[in-house]
Design a protein around this ligand. Structure first.
Ligand SMILES: *[C@@H]1O[C@H](CO)[C@@H](O)[C@H](O)[C@H]1NC(C)=O
Ligand SMILES: *[C@@H]1O[C@H](CO)[C@@H](O)[C@H](O)[C@H]1NC(C)=O
Ligand SMILES: *[C@@H]1O[C@H](CO)[C@@H](O)[C@H](O)[C@H]1NC(C)=O
Ligand SMILES: *[C@@H]1O[C@H](CO)[C@@H](O)[C@H](O)[C@H]1NC(C)=O
Ligand SMILES: *[C@@H]1O[C@H](CO)[C@@H](O)[C@H](O)[C@H]1NC(C)=O
Length: 478
């Protein structure tokens, strides 16, 4: 079992090793190299601060990662919630991790996985399944790629500012998940190894003049794994302690699964394979899923092998197999579905409903795969979505999803029975709601985002900015 609710998960049992990563890595060398980088960056920073304040633009353009920036400071009246300053972390904390993609995982290279600016390989096999005009918007995106995706978007964000003094929020582009992923899967590493990057990042950030403005309350970070991977309480347990490190206390974290009791954890959608290049792509896709002929009532996609008989997913699987004709099972054992199969998408496209039990943790990427395909999700735990992605999903759960209490299923309630009773009209309304929300749960392909349409990234960052504004207004502090 991986991460369970708020209790730290048991150590090191890969749920699906092929989906994850880790690596061997000289422990001392990067540390020394990084110390040098920090010293140099710090020195340059001081020098620039001393010589001329206005040089901040040159500093920002100093790393090769910086793209051309179009009028970031151009008096954009839309940035009413404020602007974001992006820290220039030493490459050790982000780009170097990506450059070493061949050693992010003990089982093989992740270079393909994180190619195309983190979106992964183009999903050519989907030609014929998706409309031709949107084929180029589909990728085999890894579920843990959000750190890279957010970083690229942030560098081109219309409300980014290069003037740190005027910023409302400060973004720390540290790839926390990639950094720890390397150390998760073998016993060769110590707890310290797993925390090193995070420790060093915090030391770096705390030395920045803007940290002191508000003890970190206006700082935020993307962490591309579930929150439980960063909440280790005992050395022998799973994951890093990153979120528990004292310096992290006030930093807002954008995570694919949050701890619902922690104000600073924000749940953001898992990346799916759909990355529209334009608003026209979105409209084409919405119309496509709206008009699909859905031949099965519901479906269940997941790794079907290895379920214990009384495992909840085992029950669902039984029910699904037992509802022949009404339910479709997609077996995603191993890496069958992560590596270029169109099976999942086809089954979501062909079903009115998709079952979304909790898996190793409360949430699953499958929730978003399902909704992107215009299928209505069926939840069994409130924490699977309702208390996770509040900024991104409709406020009324019953408007877009079905909730069946897990206890009733354990007591033998028929899922088919529940779903069959929902009238065609109601199903259509729910699907329409799901379709309406598709833009908010996908990550657009262009680094600038989509003109005139907010995607998950826009919603997340505006949410962070608004929160900081509200805190200022109310003098909101612990
Ligand atoms: C971990 O250690 C074992 C033996 O101690 C070694 O065989 C293995 O290659 C090591 N794995 C990594 C990823 O360094
Ligand atoms: C977090 O914020 C509170 C309230 O502003 C402050 O007292 C505390 O020192 C901050 N913690 C850290 C680690 O900066
Ligand atoms: C499957 O269906 C059969 C016959 O309809 C029934 O006897 C059996 O209890 C069902 N099994 C499950 C797990 O629902
Ligand atoms: C994934 O797909 C690539 C390219 O199609 C192939 O080379 C690789 O062997 C596949 N990996 C697995 C685990 O199936
Ligand atoms: C879970 O959500 C459902 C539907 O929104 C609600 O009726 C129920 O009270 C919630 N259960 C718990 C334990 O919060």
């Amino acid at each position: 079992m991986l991460p369970l609710s708020d209790t730290p998960p048991s150590p090191r049992k890969p749920p699906n090793p092929q989906l994850d990563r880790k690596n061997s890595f000289s422990l001392i060398k990067p540390y020394l190299r990084c110390t040098w980088i920090i010293l140099i960056v710090f020195f340059v920073h001081i020098l620039l601060l001393l010589t001329a304040r206005n040089f901040h633009i040159s500093t920002a353009l100093a790393t090769n990662r910086q793209p051309a920036i179009a009028a970031v400071d151009g008096g954009d009246s839309e940035c009413s919630a404020g602007k974001v300053f992006v820290y220039e972390l030493p490459p050790f904390f982000n780009t170097e991790l990506l450059e070493n993609c061949h050693e992010l995982n003990p089982w093989g290279s992740r270079c393909d996985t994180y190619s195309n600016d983190g979106l992964g390989r183009r999903a050519e096999k989907l030609a014929g399944v998706v409309p031709e005009s949107v084929t180029a918007s589909w990728f085999w995106t890894d579920q843990f790629a959000s750190e890279i995706i957010y970083h690229n978007r942030m560098l081109n964000y219309r409300c980014r500012t290069l003037d740190a003094e005027s910023a409302t929020a400060y973004y720390i582009p540290f790839y926390a998940g990639l950094a720890v992923g390397k150390y998760l899967w073998t016993n060769n590493y110590t707890a310290e190894d797993r925390d090193r990057h995070c420790h060093m990042m915090l030391r770096w950030v705390h030395d920045q003049p803007y940290w002191r403005k508000s003890n970190g309350w206006d700082h935020f970070i993307t962490m591309g794994r579930i929150t439980w991977d960063f909440r280790r309480s005992k050395d022998d347990d799973w994951g890093s302690r990153c979120i528990y490190l004292p310096g992290m206390r006030n930093i807002t974290r954008l995570l694919i699964e949050r701890n619902s009791w922690d104000y600073f954890d924000i749940g953001v959608p898992y990346p799916t394979g759909f990355h529209p290049t334009s608003t026209a792509d979105v409209a084409t896709w919405q119309e496509f899923v709206r008009t699909r002929t859905r031949t099965t009532l519901f479906c269940f996609a997941g790794a079907t092998r290895g379920f214990i008989k009384n495992d909840f997913r085992g029950l669902l699987l039984n029910q699904c197999y037992n509802s022949s004709g009404s339910c479709r099972v997609v077996d995603c054992g191993g890496s069958k579905c992560s590596n270029g199969s169109s099976l999942i998408l086809e089954s979501f496209l062909g079903s009115d409903f998709c079952l979304q039990p909790r898996g190793d943790s409360f949430t699953r990427r499958s929730i978003f795969d399902c909704m992107v395909a215009g299928s209505v999700p069926v939840f069994f735990w409130n924490r699977t979505a309702y208390s996770q992605y509040e900024w991104f999903l409709p406020g009324q759960p019953e408007s877009y999803s079905v909730f069946i209490d897990k206890k009733e299923v354990l007591n033998g309630k028929s899922i088919k029975g529940v779903l069959e009773k929902i009238g065609k009209d109601k199903v259509r309304k729910m699907r329409e709601k799901v379709i309406e929300y598709i833009p908010r749960i996908v990550y657009a392909k262009p680094h600038e985002g989509l003109k005139g349409m907010k995607d998950a990234f826009d919603v997340a960052i505006e949410g962070v900015l608004n929160r900081i504004k509200e805190q200022e207004k109310d003098g909101f502090k612990w």
